[in-house]
Write a protein that binds this ligand. Structure first.
Ligand code: MN
Length: 133
């Protein structure tokens, strides 16, 4: 079981992600935007962050870049969630510092497989050569 910060502005998407992750035994900390995410992170650092890239105000790319600059979240696995299925967007997410990437609509098996892999390898910050599976 892990504690997962879910940053997602869409209520239905947040509910679905929380449902899927809770069904796998994880504790969810929800955040509707970057500001709420910052507040949650100021209280405690989660084991993993599920990051919607399209957020009102500060977007997920910018927030990810900022989190990578901080010692506390430098190595925290960040799994990007986006509706943009194009290859360029995936690369942009990884360049921003995301560890891996899932596409909406979220598939339970795919989500949990990637979550498990990221939780199993703390040094997942390296979405480097070869990239994520
Ligand atoms: Mn969104």
């Amino acid at each position: 079981m892990a504690r997962i910060l879910v940053v997602e502005d869409n209520v239905q998407n947040l509910k679905l992600a929380a449902l899927l992750l809770r069904s796998d035994g994880h504790e969810i900390v929800p955040a509707a935007d970057a500001r709420e995410a910052e507040e949650a992170l100021s209280r405690s650092v989660p084991d993993l962050i599920l990051m919607d890239l399209g957020l009102p105000g500060k977007d997920g790319y910018t927030l990810t870049r900022e989190l990578r600059q901080r010692a506390t979240t430098h190595d925290t696995p960040i799994l990007a969630v986006t509706s943009f299925a194009m290859k360029g967007d995936r690369e942009r997410a990884l360049e921003a510092g995301c560890s891996d990437y899932v596409t909406k609509p979220i598939d339970r098996t795919d989500l949990l497989r990637r979550v498990h892999r990221l939780l199993g390898s703390p040094s997942s910050a390296a979405a480097a050569p070869g990239g994520p599976v």
